[in-house]
Design a protein around this ligand. Structure first.
Ligand SMILES: C[S@@+](CC[C@H](N)C(=O)[O-])C[C@H]1O[C@@H](n2cnc3c(N)ncnc32)[C@H](O)[C@@H]1O
Length: 354
């Protein structure tokens, strides 16, 4: 053993790497279980042997048996040795089998698997410094992001984030006009349209495929007459005098967030508000060296930073930009007020006023 190597520290590091190796290895299996309805079949029809689950889901028993054991070893599924069956606890159901639960986490796995598809392209980008546009990812990424973020919005947006803004909830309840910029599949827009039936919502995103999906989501939710979506960038979206402009988990993805901020200022009413939701981050790197920061820095390297670098200016804030940086950008664009209105372990919610 090299005398400079501390054996205990080496073991600790390897143990950590083994846990992470298991996590990386289980991720594709989470996506497969979600696609094939394996979790949902356990949740809705109760514990099953591998044969019973394969019959319920019209899948091959041998694959299902191996999948179940990998899930049980991960703590994602419960093994019941007395009956040889596998089941889901109420908590496992919320995390893996219920799309509408604020704890639903499958979208996160879907996102990291989808982002990993660009590993060759990204390796080259590290050498060249070139960007990779949002639209250049596999479509699984757009669905994964939608489901991952929707959980957070389901649990927080209407309950705590909007009430934390100055007078915004009352305006939404009375009836107002809202622009949701960088809306993706419209998860936030549709949730707001459902909660505030007197108000009108328009979502904008530069990505045509996302806008088509968002319009479908509004139809499915029965809110299409007051919630629609159009292709536009954050610097050319249309309309005027919005009482509320929102940008959910998208400002740091933009090439020119300062230009976007200036455009928002020109579109928001004089007594209106701009709500900016960003991933939780401290201002200093050392504040973000924790499990949440780790996931965000990794996602930022694969998704957010290349997305920004692919656009004009290419500021590449990254997903861990922090409050001080955001304040500089927003107030530098001419907003007179900027404050942190709320935060959760995953999100920062800012309010900017003209
Ligand atoms: C991480 S996703 C968030 C989507 C959505 N707001 C949500 O919370 O589910 C970032 C979104 O920003 C969009 N985007 C990136 N740059 C943009 C720009 N310059 N103008 C408009 N949309 C942009 C992407 O197309 C993508 O849909």
């Amino acid at each position: 053993m090299n005398p400079e190597v501390n054996e205990q520290k080496l073991h600790d590091l390897l143990n950590r790497a083994i846990v992470d190796f298991g996590g990386a290895s289980i991720a594709p299996l989470v996506v497969i279980g979600d696609r094939l309805g394996l979790y949902r079949a356990l949740a809705h029809e109760g514990p099953a042997t591998s044969r019973e689950l394969a019959e319920r889901t019209d899948t091959s028993e041998r694959y299902v048996r191996e999948w179940l054991n990998a899930q049980a070893a991960s703590g994602y599924v419960q093994y019941l040795p007395a009956s040889g069956r596998y089941g889901l606890t109420p908590e496992q159901t919320l995390v893996f089998a219920n799309d509408d639960s604020p704890a639903f986490f499958v979208g996160a796995f879907q996102t990291s698997i989808a982002a990993g598809r660009i590993v060759d392209r990204l390796t080259d980008a590290f050498r060249t410094g070139e960007g990779i546009g949002w639209h250049e990812h596999h479509h699984e990424l757009f669905h994964g992001i939608e489901r991952f973020f929707r959980s957070s919005y389901t649990g927080n947006l209407v309950q705590t984030w909007i009430p934390a803004l100055d007078g915004v909830e009352a305006k939404l309840q009375a009836g107002t006009r809202v622009a949701d910029v960088g809306c993706g599949h419209g998860a936030s827009t549709v949730l707001m349209a459902q909660a505030y039936p007197q108000s009108q919502f328009i979502g904008f995103d530069y990505h045509p495929e996302s806008i088509a999906a968002a319009n479908e989501r509004a139809q499915e939710a029965g809110v299409a007459e007051r919630c629609r979506f159009e292709i536009a960038t954050a610097k050319n979206f249309t309309g005027d005098n919005y009482d509320l402009v929102t940008v959910f988990d998208a400002l740091h993805d933009m090439g020119d967030p300062a230009g976007a901020a200036r455009h928002v200022l020109s579109k928001v009413a004089r007594d209106g508000s701009w709500m900016i939701v960003e991933p939780y981050a401290g201002d200093r790197v050392e504040e973000n060296l924790n499990p949440v920061g780790r996931a965000y820095y990794a996602g930022s390297t694969m998704i957010c930073t290349p997305c920004s670098l692919a656009q004009e200016v290419g500021l590449a804030l990254g997903a861990q930009a922090g409050e001080a940086r955001m304040r500089d950008i927003v107030t530098g664009a001419g907003f007179s007020r900027f404050r942190r209105a709320f935060h959760t372990p995953f999100n920062l919610v800012y309010e900017a006023r003209p």
